[in-house]
Structure formats: C-alpha cells, structure tokens
Design a protein around this ligand. Structure first.
Ligand SMILES: Cc1cc2nc3c(=O)[nH]c(=O)nc-3n(C[C@H](O)[C@H](O)[C@H](O)COP(=O)(O)OP(=O)(O)OC[C@H]3O[C@@H](n4cnc5c(N)ncnc54)[C@H](O)[C@@H]3O)c2cc1C
Length: 136
C-alpha cells in the first residue's frame, strides 16, 4: 500500500480519542502515519475547567503532556502549531509554521463560547475556556 497520511487537527477529547484508536488500529501498518496537530503541547481536560476557575486546582493540574500520552505510539507524529487553513485541492493542512499533506483529515478543534447576544454577558461575564479562566 502507498504511504497514507492521516492528519488530525485538535488534541481535545475528540482528537486524542480518534488518534489513539487509529494508532492502535494501524499499529502494524508501516504505511500509515497519523499526525496530530494542536496549538498546545498538552491536552486540556476540559470538563475540569471549572475547578481551575474556582481556584481549587492550578491550571496545569488539568493539562496532560501529549508526548507522554502518545509515547508508545510510534505511528503518531505530534505537532505543536496552529492550523490556519485547509487546502482541499492540494490536500494540505496549513499551519502558522508549516504545511502537512493528508490523505484523510479530521477536524476536532472544539467550539467557542456563545453569549447569544444576551446583554451584559460579553462585558461582565467570564467564559470557561483554556487560558481564559479568571485570573488567580
Ligand atoms: C467546565 C466544562 C465542563 C464540561 N463537562 C462536561 C461533561 O460533564 N460531560 C460532557 O460530555 N461534556 C462536558 N463538557 C463539554 C466537553 O468538554 C466538550 O464537549 C469537549 O471538550 C469537546 O471536545 P473536542 O475535542 O471537540 O474539543 P476541545 O476539547 O475543545 O478540543 C479542541 C482542541 O483543538 C485545539 N485547537 C483549536 N483550534 C485549533 C487550531 N486552529 N489549530 C490547532 N489546534 C487547535 C485546542 O487547543 C484544543 O486542544 C464540559 C465543558 C466544560 C468547559
């Protein structure tokens, strides 16, 4: 089989789970490489963010190093960079500092908080997002 590149953008729950499943599935297939791109070098355990916001745990207590998470997966290449565009014609994921060819691409870049235009929320509210918790 010709070399196949699977590129996954976003190392949140979706991206990490998909990468783990694919890495296991293709572990004996040397022609398949999985590239996981995230703007951070760590996975954030999003469902614990409120603990950081409430100052019960420090921010790094809910961050897990991606190199450690995938240390045993030789078919996974980790990239710390921000994806900027996907060139569907050339089959390239472009990032701030590079470009990654793909045969298959998966986007797991999460979502953004939405205040649905509720007056006052934008000005006076806080959102729960990595790097965006109220200062300690
Ligand atoms: C406080 C809180 C509690 C929650 N509790 C629950 C719960 O109890 N049960 C439940 O089912 N869900 C819960 N959720 C929701 C759950 O966390 C999300 O549904 C889940 O994290 C979504 O996973 P995801 O992989 O799609 O996105 P995310 O976890 O948001 O991950 C997206 C990843 O993409 C990366 N990324 C984004 N843009 C780029 C880019 N351009 N280039 C490179 N990387 C990029 C980010 O750095 C991030 O690592 C909770 C959420 C919060 C905030």
């Amino acid at each position: 089989m010709a070399q196949k590149n699977i590129v996954i953008v976003g190392a949140g729950f979706a991206g990490v789970y998909a990468t783990k499943r694919l890495a296991k599935h293709f572990k004996k297939d040397k022609d398949v490489t999985i590239t996981l791109i995230d703007r951070h070098s760590y996975f954030t355990y999003m469902t614990e963010l409120h603990e950081v916001a409430a100052d019960r745990v420090p921010e790094d207590a809910i961050q897990y190093d991606l190199q450690r998470l995938f240390a045993r997966r030789k078919n996974v290449k980790l990239v710390t960079d921000t994806a900027t565009t996907i060139d569907r014609e050339k089959k390239l994921v472009k990032t701030k500092h590079g470009a990654y060819p793909y045969d298959y691409v998966m986007l797991g870049i999460g979502s953004q908080p939405n205040d649905f235009g509720t007056p006052g929320v934008k000005d006076y509210g806080f959102t729960l997002a990595p790097g965006n918790t109220p200062s300690r």
